[in-house]
Ligand binder design. Sequence first.
Ligand SMILES: *Cc1c(COP(=O)(O)O)cnc(C)c1O
Length: 370
Amino acid sequence: MKVPMLDLSEQYQELKSEVLAALDEVMSSSRFILGDHVKKLETDVATYSNVKHGIGCGNGSDAIHIALQAAGVGPGDEVITTPFTFFATGGAVARAGAKPVYVDIDPVTFNIDPSKIEAAITPNTKAIIPVHLYGQMADMDPIVEIAKKHNLVIVEDAAQAIGAKYKGKSVGELGTAATYSFFPTKNLGAYGDGGMIVTNDDELAEKMSVIRVHGSKPKYYHHVLGYNSRLDELQAAVLNVKFPHLDKWSTLRREKAETYTRLLNEALGEKVVTPVEVEGNYHVFHQYTIRVPQRDELQKYLNEQGVQTMVYYPLPLHVQPVFKDLGYKEGDFPESEKAANEAISLPMFPELKQEQQEYVVSKIVEFFKK
Ligand SMILES: *Cc1c(COP(=O)(O)O)cnc(C)c1O
């Protein structure tokens, strides 16, 4: 048996006629830039996030960059975030001209540890970016409290967490703004790149929508330095077909996660650490990530047995070569470094079959018997 990390083909077959009709509609109308499909998705995703505004952009990385820039983050400012995330989180901070300041993670959730944030705050701190990694929201209550106390902006990096909830609140409701990615592998994936910012702040929303069109307002008059980063109309048309299915897909992901956890715990007990959904959270399992000390050997074995896995992420941001001028070194964030050595994500997508999951777990069990 072969089990891929992700297989989008079944989903496409189910939606094919609707997707092709939506694409045909855009092409027949010849309205390719910021048309009705983008507007509809912006409205729907904002409503879904329980906030007023959605601003479609070129991708999830630009969404973070634009949100920071609109909030006034720039050269001389510091932005606190976690080093255990995809590069784009730290990259967007640096591209905005600010300095990423890293804070270690909570080993249970892999998300930023709020108890370590205040020690990293300086007079230059302007913002915090909690990353809702693998589909579970960071512990927002203490983060919101710290942000209030120190007058900081919160930009939630929710690239992996559309549909997640924290104590009944949606992504975007507690932060100043939240950013989504519609990269094809994300829980709501386009057929190319796409992203969106959601916010309740009228003034910020206006700034963001100007920055994504070269800072142009009125047209051809530029008061701020923007760039070209719009959500493509064709991608929005695809996303509008997919969006009504998102909650059903999240439910299915949660069912797959439960199955993995049950099978793994029954067979292996303490040998593998299965993911924890913290009380009050609604985890949407963008990834199903376990921890195993013999991670690299396990990955190699599973690969030989036809089971594809991924390591998100093998090298934390504080030790990435591109950030060496920030002055961090190995050992600065032990929990992030440990997670980078132990985390392994198993195949996860809504159409994953029970037999496939049983096969994956049986191969993990086999590995531990060797
Ligand atoms: C995918 C991702 C991004 C970037 O999104 P793109 O659309 O690929 O630019 C940012 N942060 C995290 C945590 C991600 O997983």
